[in-house]
Write a protein that binds this ligand. Structure first.
Ligand code: ZN
Length: 255
């Protein structure tokens, strides 16, 4: 990753934000070129501050930062995209929180942050679209995030025998890295995966969000998709990190 100049401009998505001291804010930012940065916005909570209103959670802003050691300093901020609906609607806000957390975990060791920034920026927009199937948007995001971090599950070939999968009900194994056919499933820990779920996953892996967002997905299929992807994400996360609150929350939702 390039080391920033002493003073540098960047786009940033505000991933986390907390109050500090009397009127400051500390921010965790995702930037396209410098990855994740922590910054302090001094006096940002004062109503008279020029920064006030430009550094909202999950919004995208153009920033002028001065390089610091652990904390950069926000000198100027101009909000570019507020993603307002994420603040007006609890469910959209909860999903935004979830995708930001996932991006944070999966981009941890990555050198190339530009694709993560682009994906998160796009996904926050999907969550704001008026008639969206929000769960479908999040599933699409999860698959893209897995691809970016090199953990895309095997959906076209059997994860054990490597032969092309045929059109029938299959199994899914997080430990083996994807779909397993009925012939090879013996001795592996796997859960059933319906043909409809497999078809939908494959379509999501190949199609654009625009085309996926037009699908109508039945609640039972949605539930299957969520469970499959979450078991897989959980497995990947557990390989990558020690137990965290985020993992505990995710596990609690599954069990
Ligand atoms: Zn097989």
């Amino acid at each position: 990753m390039p080391r920033p100049e002493r003073v540098f401009k960047t786009q940033a998505i505000i991933m986390r934000r907390h109050e500090y001291g009397e009127a400051d804010r500390i921010l965790t930012l995702l930037t396209p070129d410098y990855g994740k940065l922590r910054a302090i916005a001094k006096g940002a909570r004062k109503l008279t501050s020029r920064l006030n209103g430009h550094l909202e959670l999950y919004s995208r802003a153009a920033l002028l930062l001065s390089r610091g050691g652990d904390l950069h300093i926000v000198s100027q901020a101009e909000q570019q995209e507020p993603f307002l609906r994420l603040h007006e609607d609890l469910l959209r806000g909860a999903y935004a929180h979830y995708i930001v957390e996932l991006t944070d975990r999966f981009s941890e060791d990555e050198e190339m942050h530009t694709p993560f920034f682009a994906l998160l920026n796009a996904a926050l927009g999907w969550l704001c679209a008026p008639q969206s199937d929000l769960a479908l948007a999040v599933r699409f995001f999860e698959l893209r995030l897995l691809r970016l971090s090199g953990f895309e599950p095997a959906l076209f070939e059997c994860a054990v025998g490597q032969e092309p999968l045929t059109a029938r009900d299959q199994f899914f194994s997080a430990a083996e890295g994807g779909v397993i056919c009925p012939e090879h499933v013996r001795g592996h820990s796997a859960t059933p995966l319906s043909l409809s779920a497999l078809k939908l996953l494959r379509h999501m892996a190949r199609a654009s969000y625009d085309s996926v967002s037009r699908l109508r997905v039945e609640p039972t299929l949605h539930a299957e998709l969520e469970r499959t992807l979450h078991l897989y994400l959980l497995h990947q996360l557990e390989l990558r990190l020690k137990s965290t609150d985020f993992l505990r929350q995710m596990r609690a939702r599954l069990l």
